[in-house]
Design a protein around this ligand. Sequence first.
Ligand code: HEM
Length: 204
Amino acid sequence: MLAAKDYPSMFRELTRRALKPIVFILCLIPLIWLIARGFTGNLGANPIEALIRGLGDWALRFLLITLAVTPVRIVTGWLAVARLRRMLGLYAFFYATLHMLSYVGLDHLFNWSVLWEDFVKRIYITFGVSALVLLIPLAVTSSDKIVRKIGGVVWRRLHRIVYVAAIAAVTHYFLMIKAGYTEPMIYAAVLIILFGIRLYKKWA
Ligand code: HEM
């Protein structure tokens, strides 16, 4: 029979095993929600624009949540949270890719000449593409096998790019809108705070 003293460690073990699958399913909810709204005609007057924007919002949110993992560990001492970082980062990349694909495929029907014109003429598109391109090497090098191959030091240096990608993504949002800067300002503030916590920890 289990003694009362065994329950805390059992609970810890259960949390350890359940954490990743639970977070994996939670991260799919925004996508399922957007698809469900699309199929039921609840994406508003311009469903393609709403889909692109919804996916862009979640790409940026997941990117910031990924960046929050280390500060959360530093501030709370919750070590297990670090095991979620790779999955959250891959979700940011996944949502960003779907965001780009819905813009290229649904909004522009793969019309490459118009897309190229957009890329060179609209500076916010240039920033969006840059953010996505910067995320590619991070997604590609996320497996344990690659980390072992290139070594932890190189991997950590490479993965600092994530901050440049996040700055490019927030800039992309700022440049896209013409009025109502509250939301991108919130994202920018979150990014500055997260970066600040890391710097404080490094220099303190
Ligand atoms: C190839 C890369 C990308 C392209 C072509 C692209 C394109 C777009 C377009 C066309 C819009 C909507 C503009 C409008 O409705 O007027 C948009 C909005 C947005 N994008 Fe991107 N984007 C890219 C990458 C990214 C990345 C990597 C992120 C974040 C990690 C991101 C986050 C956002 C956000 C937050 C919005 C605003 C959503 C809103 O209005 O609520 N984008 N993007």
